[in-house]
Write a protein that binds this ligand. Structure first.
Ligand code: SF4
Length: 413
């Protein structure tokens, strides 16, 4: 069931980050979108959410205000929107979140978000030198100083956490030290957007998913070791979720684990779609005819791409079905599996990185836990090379033809 909705309240941004999937990775359909979501769209969405909740016995929703840049919208929009949600769904519990680039996030904004009970997440790429290279205004000027100010202010104003995209050019210790210096209580990392035909910068195409080429795992392992040995470490969701998965907890998100993706995106014009980063596959891939003004929320489940997205950890390439760490990796994020040749029928571009990272953390956990606890949790040592070899040879599970056809349907050849 879809219980988390990302509301693209503004389709434009005051920054022009070089790696942004919205504007710089192959999809220009945002140009056809209204610049802002109307109050009418919010009201209709809330009405339909109320009906959808009643019909499906759902009482708890996450609403993420996102963009473009959501702070481009005036403050009154947020006051009015929250009022509408609370009035029309007065028996529901809401987790309101705003994900912003932090530019212009001043005391008044924080006060408003605290009043409305909206959690604030800020995107940042690390030390000034790096952040200012990628997260730039349209005139090329870096945004670090604005963001640092917003984070400092947020430390006493309930800022929830910081989100960063892994950048191999920043050493893990530099990144960690930056976040420690800023006293950030919680941060999360995203692997860069990209797929087999549009790989992240710094990735060597010929080497992707070949044995021994694991730049992201090597980087993340270094960071994991630093984080682990810090007695006052900040909360770090990516590592925490991996550990929980390794010990068998049923957690996860659109990136890892086997949980279904209960997330839908509401575009500024009211369209209901899959996660917007999937747009980096090719122009218009996420677009459909399902609009909140003319359809009920359930209709999005009929969208074939949404069907793959929501079931993306079940609809996986055959190699993943046979992979010893499938329950942890889940085949990776849908975008990262894409190729023009095979559509979504590939393991993720980060396959070898995931194997190396997971084996490292699992072995590390085993070393730090008492033997009887490991036995009880059925944890045993694993080897990166053995898993890679096993992947080449194991064919115990075969992919259902119907699922394969669905994944291949997005091939461009
Ligand atoms: S590690 Fe590779 S093969 Fe294993 S589940 Fe992840 S993507 Fe699939």
């Amino acid at each position: 069931m879809v219980t988390s909705f990302v509301l693209k309240v503004a389709s434009r941004c005051n920054l022009n980050c070089s790696y942004c999937y919205m504007y710089n990775l192959g999809d220009k359909t945002y140009l056809k979108q209204p610049k802002f979501m109307s109050m009418d769209t919010i009201r209709i969405f809330a009405q339909k959410l109320s009906r959808y909740g009643t019909e499906n016995s759902l009482k708890s929703f996450q609403i993420v205000f996102h963009g473009g840049e959501p702070l481009l919208y005036p403050k009154e929009f947020y006051r009015e929107s929250i009022k509408i949600f609370r009035e029309l769904l007065n028996n529901s519990y809401f987790d309101f979140v705003i994900q912003t680039n932090g530019v212009g996030l001043d005391e008044e904004w924080y006060d408003l978000f605290n009043e409305l009970n909206i959690r604030v997440g800020i995107s940042m790429d690390g030390p000034k030198e790096y952040h200012d290279k990628y997260r730039v205004f349209h005139n090329g000027k870096g945004s670090y100083d604005d963001v640092q100010q917003a984070i400092e202010l947020g430390l006493n104003k309930g800022m929830h956490g910081v989100l960063s995209v892994v950048n191999l050019n920043i050493t893990p210790i530099e990144l960690y030290q930056e976040f420690k210096n800023l006293n950030i209580p919680s941060f999360n990392l995203l692997l860069p957007d990209g797929h087999f035909d549009k790989l992240p910068d710094d990735t060597i195409k010929e080497k992707v998913n070949t044995s021994g080429y694991t730049p992201y795992a090597d980087w993340l392992i270094e960071l994991f070791e630093i984080w682990k040995s810090d007695s006052k470490r900040p909360d770090m969701r990516f590592f925490k979720t991996l550990i929980q998965l390794i010990v068998g907890e049923e957690v996860g998100d659109q990136m890892i684990g086997l949980k279904k993706n209960g997330v839908a995106v509401l575009e500024t014009n009211g369209n209901l779609e899959v996660a917007d980063s999937i747009r980096a596959c090719y122009e218009g891939i996420t677009r459909n005819e399902i609009n909140i003004h003319t359809h009920e929320i359930d209709a999005v489940l009929e969208d074939p791409l949404f069907d793959i997205y929501i079931n993306s950890h079940q609809m996986v390439n055959e190699k993943c079905l046979n992979c010893p760490i499938y329950e942890i990796c889940g085949g990776g994020f849908l975008l990262n599996r894409y190729s023009n040749e095979n559509g979504f029928d590939n393991p993720t571009i980060y396959c070898h990185d995931m194997i190396k990272l997971v084996t490292h953390i699992q072995n590390d956990l085993i070393d730090s836990l008492p033997a009887d606890v490991c036995k009880e949790m059925q944890l045993s040592k694993v080897s990166y090379l053995e898993i890679v070899e096993e992947l080449e040879n194991k064919t115990s599970f075969t992919i259902h033809e119907n699922i394969k056809d669905k994944l291949l349907a997005y091939s461009l050849v």
